[in-house]
Design a protein around this ligand. Structure first.
Ligand code: ADP
Length: 269
């Protein structure tokens, strides 16, 4: 049975300077799913994640976390369940040492030091950084810092992770490893993940569901194969088809391919 963890029913949100960042957003985050919020820069992804995390409150409409109005929940009750990883890890890390940074959350939650240690070690192992606990944060690479941020949330026991462009700034291999890590957390640890991204090629390979944001509105949503249909529709929202979807589209609709005509069914000449 599907269980909705976060239900967004947002009429509008504007920043104090009058910029309408989001309007008419209706979407659900299902338990155990890996969901993408896909959109070009400025489409409203970060703002939407902040609303889901209860950091922005002055919108019209309603956002429910496990059926409860996020704006009425005590921050402590939100942070027990949901954690937001910012795009730039330097905005989130503040201790000098990796262990201390990851320990901050569970310590704040009042756990005994032995339990804090257990949680930190498990979280660092979860992001494949078990041996880095004693290291200086400033000696970590950008990708490692992103992993430490995720570990900090895992150590608090969050069941829902909101990630803002987790692969931004990573090289292709770092990007792939980050996506593998998130997939493992989702599949094996049951963490529900919402990821904001503008990297279309990641979506069909790793995500269960996506919502495309354009100028603050959700213009399409569904499983990747339902959403990525035609190149011109993507261009309308300043995105392109993922390479794999583009290839399939061309196989179906064009006779000329860089490597010649490919038979679509066995026996077709
Ligand atoms: P994205 O994450 O998709 O790049 P954002 O959520 O950061 O988009 O921004 C959505 C819109 O809100 C953009 O037009 C952006 O310029 C505007 N915006 C973001 N933050 C602020 C702010 N603090 N004050 C005013 N406008 C903002």
């Amino acid at each position: 049975m599907n269980t909705i963890r976060i239900s967004v029913n947002l009429e509008a949100f504007k920043y104090p300077d009058g910029t309408v960042a989001l309007a008419d957003i209706r979407l659900d985050v299902q338990k155990g799913e890996f969901t993408g919020i896909l959109g070009s820069n400025g489409s409203g992804k970060t703002t939407l994640l902040k609303i889901m995390d209860g950091l922005i409150k002055d919108y019209t409409g309603q956002v429910l976390l496990d059926g409860q109005d996020v704006r009425r929940l005590h921050p402590r009750d939100i942070y027990r369940k949901v954690g937001l990883v910012f795009q730039n890890p330097d905005d989130q890390l503040f201790a000098h040492n990796v262990f201390e940074d990851v320990a901050f959350g569970p310590r704040n939650m009042g756990f005994e030091e032995s339990e804090v240690k257990r949680r930190v070690e498990e979280a660092l192992a979860g992001v494949e950084m078990a041996e880095y606990g004693g290291k200086n944060i400033h000696a970590m690479s950008y990708g490692q810092k992103k992993r430490v941020c995720i570990a900090g949330l895992l150590a608090m026991g969050h069941e829902i992770l909101l990630l803002d462009e987790p692969t931004a700034g990573l090289d292709p291999m770092g990007e792939y490893r980050m996506m593998e890590l998130l997939t493992r957390l989702n599949r094996e640890n049951g963490v529900t993940i919402v990821m904001a991204t503008h990297s279309v090629d990641l979506v069909p390979i790793f995500l269960h569901r996506l919502h495309i944001l354009s100028k603050g509105r959700v213009v399409r949503g569904g499983a990747p194969e339902e959403v990525f249909t035609a190149p011109e529709e993507m261009a309308n929202v300043k995105l392109r088809l993922p390479h794999i979807a583009e290839l399939i589209y061309r196989l179906k609709h064009e006779d000329r391919l860089p490597f010649g005509r490919v038979p679509l069914t066995i026996g077709e000449a």
